[in-house]
Design a protein around this ligand. Sequence first.
Ligand code: ZN
Length: 261
Amino acid sequence: MGVDCGSIGRTITGAHILCFHLGPTDGAQMIVQGGMHAREWITSLLVTRQAFTLRREKLPLGIYFLPMTNPDGCTLAQTGADVFPEHARRLITINGGEDFSLWKANLRGVDINCNFDAKWGSGRGNLTTPAPASYIGERPESEAETQALARLTRRIRPVMTVSYHALGREIYYEFGQTGEALARDRELGEMAAAYLGYTLVDGDLGSAGGYKDYCVGLGISALTIEIVGGDRTHPLSEPDLAQEEKNLWLPMILAEALKSS
Ligand SMILES: [Zn+2]
């Protein structure tokens, strides 16, 4: 039983978007991704630890773990703009200062979770110029990170995706699906919420262009999971993961539920 490591694409700086695969390569697959919003980089630690935790388990289906969908943004939020000399001046202008600890976007100031082809540009709070968060980009999938994840999703057609964000200990699953799909997805959301002790939120709250939204549009069950209690504020740091350890086993629990359904 091994771990396959690879890259699903590169950003404008050449950084790889890394991927670990566990479990069977044939048949049903899942995608678990984190680190899409720069300031939520602790979700990258969580997804890495999930893969490590589950590496010797007999998984009922294949799981692609993508710990850091936005590696440039996560680096920016943790270290500041000095490590990107070609981009630093523009980034500081967009950000209105040199403290990037609350930055969510990629290096082009595009919020990847508003850049997917899912009612693109119609979301509550969407912006149309580069910003630390909420800028939709020039067109759907204008960004290398969005393209890489959308391409992987279309290629492997997972039965389910899980997207990690922070904070609030809430789970979202809706994006206009109806009938059996809605019931199926709500059931998975309920299961995750009950296991984690999080709140399941009905409705899409004006979301558009998100990865979860994109997956639901393709008929794929998709959860957005916001870790860390709402009593905390950004920026978060590694100790905030201490209370979120139940998430380490969540992909296994969802995989077992999907396999038996
Ligand atoms: Zn987020």
